[in-house]
Design a protein around this ligand. Structure first.
Ligand SMILES: Nc1ncnc2c1ncn2[C@@H]1O[C@H](COP(=O)(O)OP(=O)(O)O)[C@@H](O)[C@H]1O
Ligand SMILES: [Mg+2]
Length: 317
């Protein structure tokens, strides 16, 4: 029986902190994911999404807090125990992370060969089923270098699902793809996880993708969770007219600006206050802030205004 809501969360993150060289990147994160639900973790680049994902899959030790996967706290587990837990979830890496020297079919077969005692004949059938599920059977004998970016993602997804996980982690599933291919990957992810009842934790900065696949969403900003709410809540915040934004709380205003990919708002003020000089002089690459956020395909960008704001600031200085 696959786990259901009455079994409690499939993933429970409590008070997780993570520092690198004394610099805190995650400042006490709480998050619960229920069986079968898709949780999208959003945030601008540098907000800590990948760090959080790496903590959740046990590839990065946390500084404090606990992460329970299928009821088991993975913090402090040794590599052998971790590998046992890892068999129960799938991971779709940003680039697909396929082995270039193996065909698509061989890549998908790998987890089955390493972690099951199935005969090669059964494995071949399983691989065909997985490739069919991601609509990639015709590419079974091709090498990663011979297929497109979207096909690599699908092959990565087939491999992540090889051991029939109940939980799937995805890092930026549509990154680097054109809008149509990325919408197709979103649709595939949604179809598969819903059909098979798989819980899915997706990290992304792409708003269209986030709204397409999420049941609930979590907004990460500078290592802090601003909100964990159903998708409809985020839609309501996004759709608040600019004239009424001042009625929102401070965190909601940040979320509003992020969701609309707007150039004006608390995110950019914060950025220009701390970074404007380096920004203008190009002394270092931009890190967090709205400029790193990909604007939604439906909201027009207002780049010029933010340049103006910055210029005014320089003139005042
Ligand atoms: N291994 C590391 N060592 C030091 N700093 C790191 C390391 N990994 C990430 N960081 C820092 O943590 C912050 C968050 O990074 P990351 O989690 O990759 O953000 P995101 O995925 O949201 O873009 C960044 O400032 C980044 O430079
Ligand atoms: Mg990242």
């Amino acid at each position: 029986m696959p786990p259901s809501a009455k079994d409690g969360p499939i993933l429970r993150v409590q008070g997780v902190r993570k520092s690198f060289d004394g610099r805190e990147i995650l400042s006490g994160i709480d998050l619960e994911v229920m069986p079968g639900e898709t949780m999208v973790i959003m945030g601008g680049s540098g907000s800590g999404k990948s760090t959080m994902l790496r903590c959740m899959i046990g590839s990065l030790p946390t500084t404090a807090g606990s992460i329970e996967v299928f009821g088991q706290n993975i913090c402090g587990l040794n590599e052998e125990a971790l590998n046992k837990v890892r068999l129960k979830f799938g991971i779709l890496f940003q680039s697909g992370a396929l082995f270039n020297s193996m065909t698509v079919a061989e890549n998908v077969a790998l987890p089955l060969q390493e972690h099951t005692r199935l005969s090669q004949e059964i494995i071949d059938i399983q691989v065909k089923i997985k490739l069919e599920q991601v609509q990639l059977r015709e590419a079974a004998d091709l090498y990663p270098a011979q297929i497109s970016g979207g096909m690599k993602k699908r092959a990565g997804l087939a491999r992540a699902m090889a051991l029939d996980p109940q939980l799937l982690f995805c890092d930026e599933p549509s990154a680097g793809l054109d809008p149509i291919t990325s919408a197709q990957i979103d649709r595939l992810l949604l179809d598969l996880t819903k059909k098979l009842g798989i819980a899915c934790v997706v990290v992304t900065h792409e708003m269209d993708s986030a709204f397409a696949i999420a049941d609930r969403m979590a907004m990460l900003d500078k290592g802090r969770m601003l909100a964990v709410e159903p998708k409809a809540w985020f839609e309501r915040v996004r759709d608040v007219p600019d004239a009424e934004v001042k009625l929102l709380s401070e965190d909601e205003q940040i979320i509003h600006q992020f969701l609309r990919g707007a150039a004006e708002g608390p995110l950019s003020e914060r950025q220009s206050e701390s970074d404007w000089e380096q920004d203008i002089l190009g002394a270092r690459p931009r890190v967090p802030g709205v400029r790193s956020v990909e604007a939604s395909r439906i909201v027009p960008k207002t780049e010029d205004e933010s340049v103006l704001t910055r210029l005014r600031r320089i003139l005042r200085a």
